[in-house]
Design a protein around this ligand. Structure first.
Ligand code: PLP
Length: 392
């Protein structure tokens, strides 16, 4: 059987490889501390579960409009008014099957074969593959601790090529948890406007940001506070704790509304109806209270994990501002981050992700931990890692 060339170019998602290996070890009876995959251990909030049951009982089991049920598009627009004080016409909100579909569709909307899209390295592993799927070119810009792992407008300008059609960033970012400052969002918008190019901002970790005693970069702005002329990506997966419901959204500039609707109709028909009705409850104040408590718990876990990792010898510049990831430097512990991950999984039963999942720039010097597991599990992981590091 001959497969298309792009199947050769699309790389595996290493966090998912580690996840599969961790689950296999668990199936053999091993106790594994799971810190490899970006998924809250918390269950989906109760009001959302109840709304899903009501949706099923009411027979909401059919296709919906391609861009989502009007109530949810309105509720998402309202979220932007509440959180950021910006007005978004509900017609610009496109409900998608996870933000993965939103990322894919926005790339389909913007890129022809051979076009380039600037992305940070390290960055979310699937992004280059959304670009490759269209026979376009991911153009990765190395970022590191010296620039707070931010793809700044200056860096974007110096990596701009004749085929570059836009910039895609995430704030807070995966794997670093770093945010892009408001000032830099403004500068990125100025640059893309000047180049008549697109700006795509993945805001999937908005809501999961924390106060920080080690850095002042905690002011998380939405790009919609800067311009209506950008593409926003977001999701119910992370902050709302609904990974398995496969529901996300994009907010597109008014001029793109009709085209994105046509793409959604053809490629996805619609997002899951039950998930959409359930998500209405996710945006209610009673759910927000639960989510706020969870956010505070994540902050406690972040502080605990960062402290513990530093004591063992992992290098962490400052507390990550958001998401639920710690991107830790392992140069003092090993010269092969990927090998270190596999060894710690097999020998110590701690699963985490190699930096090589997120790009090539200094990738083997880093690993990514998630702090989505409960505190006692994080404690267990730190004990095991300390033993593992001493015995190497
Ligand atoms: C930065 C970023 N964007 C998008 C996604 C995709 O999430 P989903 O499709 O569940 O919304 C992830 C998942 O880890 C992510 O980290």
């Amino acid at each position: 059987m001959k497969f298309a060339n792009r199947c050769r170019d699309i790389t595996s998602f290493k966090a998912m490889d580690i996840l599969a290996a961790a689950m296999e070890l668990q199936a053999q009876g091993r106790d594994i501390v799971r810190m490899e995959v970006g998924e809250p251990a918390f269950a989906t909030p109760q009001p959302v579960l109840e709304a899903a049951q009501q949706a099923m009982a009411a027979g909401h089991t059919k296709y919906t409009a391609a861009c989502g049920i009007p109530q949810l598009r309105e509720a998402v627009a309202e979220l932007y008014r509440r959180r950021y004080g910006v007005t978004v016409a509900p017609g610009r909100v496109v409900i998608t099957t996870g933000s993965s579909a939103a990322l894919g569709m926005v790339c389909e909307l913007l890129l022809n074969p051979g076009d380039g899209l600037l992305l940070s390295d390290p960055g979310y592993p699937c992004n280059p593959n959304f670009v490759r799927r269209l026979d376009a070119e991911p153009q990765r810009v190395p970022v590191d601790a010296s620039n707070n792992f931010q793809l700044t407008a200056d860096l974007a300008r110096s990596h701009w090529q004749t085929n570059t059609r836009g910039v895609m960033v995430a704030s807070p970012n995966n794997p670093t948890g770093e945010i892009i400052t408001r000032e830099n969002l403004v500068a990125l918008h100025q640059l893309t406007a000047e180049k008549q190019a697109a700006l795509v901002v993945d805001e999937i970790y908005h809501g999961l940001t924390y106060s920080d005693t080690e850095s002042d970069a905690t002011d998380v702005a939405s790009i919609l506070e800067v311009t209506d002329d950008a593409y926003v990506i977001n999701s119910f997966s992370k902050y709302f704790g609904m990974t398995g419901w496969r529901l996300g959204w994009a907010i597109v500039p008014e001029v793109a509304q009709e085209k994105i609707n046509t793409l959604a109709q053809n490629f996805y028909i619609s997002s899951p109806a039950i998930s959409q009705y359930a998500a209405l409850a996710a945006l209610q104040p009673e759910t927000e209270e639960i989510l706020e408590q969870r956010r505070q718990e994540f902050q406690r876990r972040r502080d605990f994990l960062v402290n513990g990792l530093r004591e063992i010898g992992f290098g962490i510049n400052h507390l990550p501002a958001g998401a639920f990831y710690v991107y830790a430097n392992v140069e003092k512990l090993t010269d092969n981050g990927e090998g270190f991950c596999w060894r710690m999984l097999r020998e110590q039963g701690v699963a985490f992700t190699p930096g090589t999942d997120f790009g090539v720039h200094n990738a083997n010097k880093y690993v990514r931990f998630t702090y989505t597991a409960e505190m006692d599990r994080l404690e267990e992981a730190l004990e095991r890692l300390a033993v593992g590091v001493l015995s190497s």
